[in-house]
Design a protein around this ligand. Structure first.
Ligand code: PLP
Length: 356
């Protein structure tokens, strides 16, 4: 059979990705700043000032106007760096620091633990979110951070962040929130806590996911510059004197496109998109249930449905890109490129496969 090459820019049947078609202004900005390096701010001053603007705009999204932070390569780097902040802040010679995460935490925390030599303690969930009692049981005097997930990768579920922040505070640990995917929709939901109302220390929020910026544009935010300073390394041969990022040279494309996307979309564009995607998630849930599938109720716009392997394989042959949860459900992420017309086509294809 002849292999059909996909256009790598075509999101036509992609239901599995947490990235999306960038906003047109974000795409233009990415192209213009492709050859700049915010890792060397003394040389590339324009993109360095755009990075400050990006962090200010992210501050608006998370309710802390003078938030500290930088544009990372993605959620993985931001999570690794958040764990590094916590480890460095409480470094002792005698004990192994530990970080407590709910079981649905992204696998980047396992990378962080491996690279940084911290112990990762996982706490079981109840009803797809962190079980607070279980988290509490894992915390002790060597806990340097407690992590909450705000928009879990598989099911889009949101932990009780204010409660987790209190648990962290009780032992003097930091509270890190992984809102890599959910960060740009949370302000429009009932999960309307933010840096201003909860005792959060650091947060991951990725413009290259629901922020509609081009890849690579992740976001690491910290309540104050002293937390970011835990990451500072001297940079003798650059014009600037220190660097907090994990990567050295990095593309200015992500920085510029994050600014362009947020200037175009915050808050009205993101709000409208969220309402549309959430309505589509509920529409798809109803259609799938009507066809006999078990569906996990979508709290944010991700739908997970129990589908037989053969159906998944046939849909893949028809060009649909679906991923699986750890429990083998088919997972549909309702990113901005996924609209009702595309979902109708998807459901029609399911009906056709059943009729064959
Ligand atoms: N955190 C969450 C909740 C995610 O869903 C993801 C990716 O899907 C990440 C972190 C990692 O982000 P990235 O792939 O941009 O490194």
């Amino acid at each position: 059979m002849q292999r059909v090459e996909r256009n790598p820019q075509d999101f036509g049947r992609v239901l599995s990705s947490m990235c999306t078609r960038p906003h047109p202004a974000a795409r233009d900005a990415a192209e213009r700043f492709l050859a700049t390096n915010p890792g060397d701010p003394g040389t590339y001053e324009t993109v360095a000032s755009l990075e400050r603007r990006a962090v200010d705009l992210l501050g608006g999204v998370v309710g802390l106007p003078d938030v500290a932070g930088y544009v990372a390569s993605g959620g993985t780097e931001a999570n690794i760096q958040a764990v590094r902040i916590a480890r460095n802040r409480f470094e002792t010679d005698t004990r192994t620091p530990n970080v407590v995460v709910p079981q649905h935490a992204h696998f980047s925390f396992w990378k962080a633990a491996d690279v940084l030599g911290v112990e990762l303690r996982t706490a079981p969930l109840s009803d797809y979110t962190a079980n607070l009692e279980a988290v509490k049981e894992q915390i002790d005097e060597d806990t340097v951070a407690v992590v909450g997930v705000a928009g879990s990768t598989e099911y889009g579920r949101v932990d009780d962040i204010p409660a987790l922040a209190d648990l962290a505070d009780d032992v003097g640990a930091l509270c890190h929130v992984d809102a890599a995917w959910g960060g740009f929709v949370l302000p429009f939901t009932s999960f309307d806590w933010n840096f201003a109302s909860a005792d959060i220390d650091t947060m991951t929020i990725d413009p290259h996911k629901l922020g509609q910026a081009a890849v690579p544009a992740g976001g690491l935010l910290a309540r104050g510059p002293e937390l970011l300073d835990e990451l500072a390394i001297d940079t003798p041969y650059l014009e600037s004197t220190s660097q907090v990022t994990l990567t050295g040279t990095r593309s200015g494309a992500g920085v510029a496109s994050a600014v362009a996307a947020m200037e175009a979309l915050w808050p009205d564009g993101y709000r409208e998109q969220y309402y549309e995607s959430q309505a589509d998630a509920e529409w798809l849930t109803a259609k799938l249930r009507a066809r006999g599938f078990d569906v996990v109720p979508p709290v944010l716009p991700i739908v997970a449905a129990d589908m037989p392997d053969r159906l998944m394989d046939t849909l893949r042959d028809r060009g649909w890109r679906l991923s699986r949860t750890g429990r083998d459900e088919a997972r549909v992420v309702l990113m901005p490129h996924v609209d009702r017309a595309m979902l109708r086509e998807f459901v029609d294809d399911i009906d056709e496969v059943f009729a064959e």
